[in-house]
Design a protein around this ligand. Structure first.
Ligand SMILES: [Zn+2]
Length: 86
């Protein structure tokens, strides 16, 4: 159990985290509420509506995070950015 061995394990962990498509918020794993799947594509969405622009309230526009279930394609919306599960 030398230094190289430990380094290798650390690298594997880092690569796994980068490739991970599992997410959590507040230390709670995110499951698809439709099918229970835990693998998602992450995206950003602007909470921008024609109505808000029309009434001159662009200040109210915010962005949200969306996770698209890779199994059933259900889209879940989050007000803050989900962290990747390590
Ligand atoms: Zn799903």
């Amino acid at each position: 159990m030398g230094f190289i061995n430990k380094l290798g394990k650390g690298l594997k962990g880092a690569i796994k985290a980068v490739r991970s498509d599992e997410y959590q918020i507040n230390s709670v794993d995110i499951n698809c509420i439709h099918c229970g799947h835990q693998h998602f594509d992450e995206g950003k969405a602007q909470l921008n509506t024609a109505f808000l622009t029309f009434i001159n309230a662009d200040w109210a526009n915010q962005s949200a995070s969306v996770l698209v279930c890779k199994n059933c394609s259900y889209i879940m919306w989050f007000g803050k950015t989900p962290g990747k599960k390590v």
